[in-house]
Every structure is written in structure tokens, then in C-alpha cells.
Design a protein around this ligand. Structure first.
Ligand SMILES: [Zn+2]
Length: 112
């Protein structure tokens, strides 16, 4: 299998850049959503219990988004590197189709 072409690298770089923007937007709104709930604050239709539940869901989402952002940022740093797109375990090229879906992946499907 071939290594990534310059064009494919460019596509992945654009995907990663877009993903970073998207994740930063998500993180900003999740950070807003997990702000402490004031004990006496009127929270409309949501009961306080529901607010606490959705807060913990959002905290989980926030953790996930931050983790993913790190991976995506690291992938973007690697995008110019000759090793980018090679599986870190077996060293074989990761299929472009897989990288298009998950440009931050560092392993091929067989090694995941
Ligand atoms: Zn592999």
C-alpha cells in the first residue's frame, strides 16, 4: 500500500483543523454547561436533580471532548511527519478511508 500523497495529507490537515475548531466550540459550550448550580437558583422546568444529572453527563462529555482535542492537536502536529499515517504498532500504512473518518488514529484497524 502507498504512503499518503501530498494531496491526501492536505485533506487530512484540513479535516484536523476543522475538527479542532469544532471541538473547541463544543468544549466552550460544555464548560458553560458544567458551571456550578446555585442552590437557590431558579432553573425553569428542570428540577434541581435533573440539572445535577445533566451536569454530570456534560462533565463526561467535556472530558471526552478534551481528550479528543488533545489527540487531534497531536495528529495535526504529526501531519507533516513522514511517519504520519503509519500504524504505530505494525508500521503499515493506515488506509486513507480510515484516516478520513478518524484522522487522529495512530493505529490500523487490525492493531486497534
Ligand atoms: Zn497496525
Amino acid at each position: 500500500m502507498d504512503q499518503l500523497s501530498a494531496e491526501q495529507r492536505e485533506t487530512l490537515r484540513a479535516l484536523l483543523t476543522a475538527k479542532i475548531d469544532e471541538l473547541r466550540t463544543d468544549i466552550a459550550s460544555l464548560e458553560e454547561a458544567v458551571k456550578p448550580i446555585a442552590p437557590d437558583c431558579a432553573i425553569g422546568r428542570l428540577s434541581r436533580m435533573e440539572a445535577i444529572n445533566s451536569k454530570s453527563v456534560n462533565e463526561e462529555l467535556l472530558r471526552g471532548a478534551r481528550r479528543r482535542l488533545q489527540l487531534v492537536e497531536r495528529a495535526l502536529q504529526r501531519a507533516d511527519h513522514p511517519q504520519f499515517g503509519l500504524c504505530t504498532r505494525c508500521g503499515r500504512p493506515i488506509p486513507f478511508g480510515r484516516l478520513e473518518i478518524m484522522p487522529e488514529s495512530t493505529r490500523c484497524a487490525g492493531c486497534t
